[in-house]
Design a binder for this molecule. Structure first.
Ligand SMILES: CC(C)(COP(=O)(O)OP(=O)(O)OC[C@H]1O[C@@H](n2cnc3c(N)ncnc32)[C@H](O)[C@@H]1OP(=O)(O)O)[C@@H](O)C(=O)NCCC(=O)NCCS
Length: 379
């Protein structure tokens, strides 16, 4: 392609599709799912209501929500061969395990290659129900515990904590985790959702599309950042003085290292999700009688804002939130997927419903055409 106009690196500001799912205004710090402000949803909705909203573009009635909850409950248990496969995997990274195991789920879904909208929707529900069980069970087995069956009476958030820890979670933990799921559910054309839509636009199956999305989410520039944040905080250490933390951050910035959990391609102001996670990290820390990770995070935020004018993104305070909830670091990015499965599948269904192959062009920068072909024995 020869064009006078060079594309901006990373498709910055490119509008690549139309979508009715997520409204994002990076300059005003607005995030809304199907018109509903994320602050209202975080305060008042459950993750199940949010799933319904993303898939149907409207909030459910009580009866519709009850139906979805029943569908989730029925779909949550994993096929036995997938649990066996899980047990047979080496102790790999959580996202690598999630990628393999999500792919394996397709082999035990009788509707895997069904393409009717009703079947695609049922698969979206199953995937969203099962990804929580996958991640919690993986975490439990990795920690040496036995797998725990999901409880049909509990919702997605409560079940996740229950299957991970083996203990009935308290209402504060359930609510905090539920809000975290709501906050991560969708975010317009982020890298993993775009990957999912590109795959879906070839009319491949929904499992293949979400496996591609999981691969994209794993990277430290995307969902992998939440684990990187906690590793950084732990590296400083619980007893590190403010001076030591600030010196270390300044040194990282001087070396032009990225500070995980800061910056965003779209937001020029505060990421509205960070507002809730900051508050949650603080409250959970207070309840647990240890606000050290929150305090350290706040100091880092002030410094990075001051030095680089960068705001924390969704990943920064989710790290200390999950840590305070007692969740292993290896599960932080998989938990992002537990939530984002709802958004990925909503986008995949939207893509299927009005599809055209996504096939952009590249600005060619290689050797000039034509090159004279030299046979192998003359080179
Ligand atoms: C999110 C992110 C990938 C957005 O990337 P982007 O839009 O391509 O922005 P760039 O990487 O081009 O950054 C623009 C400038 O800000 C700086 N910057 C961006 N994020 C930074 C960070 N977290 N720490 C330090 N500097 C950062 C870059 O070094 C660059 O500076 P320069 O112009 O002096 O070279 C980027 O901010 C980042 O890598 N953040 C850390 C990882 C993270 O938290 N990811 C989760 C996103 S939700």
């Amino acid at each position: 392609m020869s064009t006078a106009e060079k594309p901006k690196a990373g498709l910055e500001d490119v509008v690549a599709t139309s979508s009715a799912i997520c409204y994002l205004d990076g300059d005003r710090g607005v995030l809304a799912y199907c018109g509903y402000d994320i602050h209202d949803l975080a305060r008042s909705a459950t993750f199940e209501e949010v799933c319904y909203l993303l898939w149907h573009r409207r909030l459910p009635s009580r009866a519709e929500l009850g139906d979805l909850q029943s569908q989730f409950a029925a779909a949550r248990p994993l096929p036995e061969p997938v649990v066996r496969l899980m047990r047979s995997l080496p102790p790999v990274d959580g996202m690598d395990a999630l990628r393999t195991l999500t792919s394996a789920l397709a082999h035990y879904d009788a509707e895997a290659s069904e393409t009717s909208p009703a079947a695609q929707y049922r698969k979206a529900v199953r995937l969203t129900a099962q990804v929580g069980t996958l991640v919690a069970t993986w975490g439990r087995l990795k920690a040496g515990g036995g797998a725990i069956d999901p409880d049909p009476v509990m919702g997605q958030a409560a079940n996740f904590l229950y299957m991970l820890t083996g203990q009935r979670p308290n209402p504060t933990a359930i609510r905090a985790f539920d809000i975290a799921l709501t906050l991560h559910a969708d975010h317009e054309l982020n890298a993993s959702t775009f990957a999912a839509r590109v795959a879906a636009a070839t009319l491949t199956d929904i499992y293949s599309a979400v496996v591609g999305a999981i691969g994209a989410l794993k990277g430290p520039l995307h969902g992998g950042a939440n684990a990187e944040v906690m590793k950084m905080l732990l590296e400083f250490g619980e007893t590190a003085s403010s001076e030591r933390v600030e010196d270390a951050i300044r040194a990282k910035l001087a070396r032009k290292e990225k500070i995980p959990g800061f910056g965003h391609r779209v937001y020029t102001t505060e990421d509205p999700r960070a507002t809730h996670l900051r508050q949650m990290s603080k409250e959970l820390g207070k309840r647990a009688g240890n606000t050290k990770w929150f305090d350290m995070s706040e100091r880092i935020e002030a410094l990075v804002k001051g030095e680089k004018k960068l705001n924390p993104n969704v990943d920064f305070y989710s790290a200390s939130t999950y840590y305070t909830l007692g969740i292993p670091i290896d599960l932080y990015t998989p938990i992002f997927a537990v939530s984002r499965m709802s958004g990925w599948t909503a986008h995949i269904l939207e893509q299927y419903a009005n599809n055209r192959l996504i096939r952009p062009r590249a600005d060619y920068t290689g050797p000039a055409y034509p090159q004279r072909f030299v046979p192998l024995d003359q080179r």
